[in-house]
Write a protein that binds this ligand. Structure first.
Ligand SMILES: Nc1ncnc2c1ncn2[C@@H]1O[C@H](COP(=O)(O)OP(=O)(O)OP(=O)(O)O)[C@@H](O)[C@H]1O
Ligand SMILES: [Mg+2]
Length: 276
């Protein structure tokens, strides 16, 4: 999706540095409005408004504690017990024929630590297919395609289906999680620091997958690596800590963001991270 063809509406944003791109429903994948997230009674994050595209990679950056992970959790309904929220989260990433029973089923999550089930690769991959009620005779072909798409097929044994998922390396487990998201047929992939524990080679593999995913799906990528954000993202969102709570302070195309960050908080963050 070309940022230049999208409508920018700075004036209606409460925060001057949050660009309300994706004004039109056919461009907009997720619209978040007047969102507040609470832990018991304490507000931990507020977002006046942000709109995400239907496809593309959005890097979510910001200091520790600014609410990046909590934001992903609240969107996917994976809330901790003592978290609650008010405000609107509209998801339009699916058409009428692809209705799914809960918000959660729109999302595929990849966390900082790999989260595969303690069983075989086959048994991991069958979970989303069974949930979608895909006919069993199609399973193998779909699984092999998903493993191919994440570059795992050539790295596994011939009898890959029997291999124990948790014996794969950390990077391979991350890619298996992505394969499960592909088989879930998710429109939106949420990544929370997926490469923070990985070596540069594994990181590069995941970044290439993320870039490819962004061509067809919406990817929200929380990252502490400005380099990673610059390499793979089309759009950048910056969170900051303000009055002991998190808030969104900037959203724009990554090209604009990295060329000339608009908010003082982004400038300071980039300066501290890069030393320039
Ligand atoms: N379940 C919870 N109960 C109470 N406080 C919480 C809960 N989850 C998150 N918080 C608080 O919300 C704030 C934001 O946390 P969050 O994990 O979203 O930050 P983050 O931006 O992802 O940080 P990091 O970069 O370190 O991962 C923190 O102050 C955290 O302590
Ligand atoms: Mg986090």
């Amino acid at each position: 999706m070309n940022a230049q063809t999208l409508i920018t509406n700075n004036e209606s944003a409460n925060n001057a540095h949050v660009q309300l791109l994706f004004d039109e429903p056919e461009c907009c994948g997720i619209r978040v409005k007047d969102l507040s997230i609470f832990a018991k009674k304490k507000t931990i994050l507020t977002v006046d408004e942000i709109r995400f595209p239907k496809t593309g990679v959005v890097a979510i950056m910001g200091p520790s504690g600014s609410g990046k992970s909590t934001f992903l959790k609240v969107m996917s309904e994976l809330m901790d017990e003592n978290l609650s929220h008010k405000g609107k989260i509209d998801i339009t990433c699916f058409d009428a024929t692809n209705q799914k029973e809960s918000i959660c089923s729109h999302f595929a999550m990849v966390w900082q630590k790999p989260t595969v089930f303690p069983c075989s690769i086959w048994d991991n991959l069958k979970v989303p297919l069974r949930k979608r009620q895909v006919a069993r005779k199609k399973w193998r072909e779909l699984m092999e395609q998903a493993l191919e798409d994440v570059g795992l097929m050539g790295e596994l044994d011939d009898q890959w289906e029997k291999q124990t998922a948790q014996r794969l390396s950390g990077g391979q487990q991350q890619r298996l999680s992505i394969a499960m998201g592909l088989l879930k047929d998710s429109n939106i992939f949420l990544f929370d620091e997926p490469t923070s524990a990985l070596d540069p080679i594994s990181t590069d593999k995941i970044e290439k997958i993320i870039e490819n995913l962004g061509k067809k799906k919406l990817v929200l990528l929380v990252t502490h690596s400005l380099g990673q954000a610059k390499r793979v993202s089309d759009y950048s969102a910056m969170f900051h800590n303000h009055d002991d709570q998190g808030a969104l302070c900037e959203f724009s195309s990554s090209q604009a963001f990295f060329k000339s960050p608009a908010s003082p908080q982004s400038r300071e963050f980039i300066m501290m991270e890069t030393g320039v």
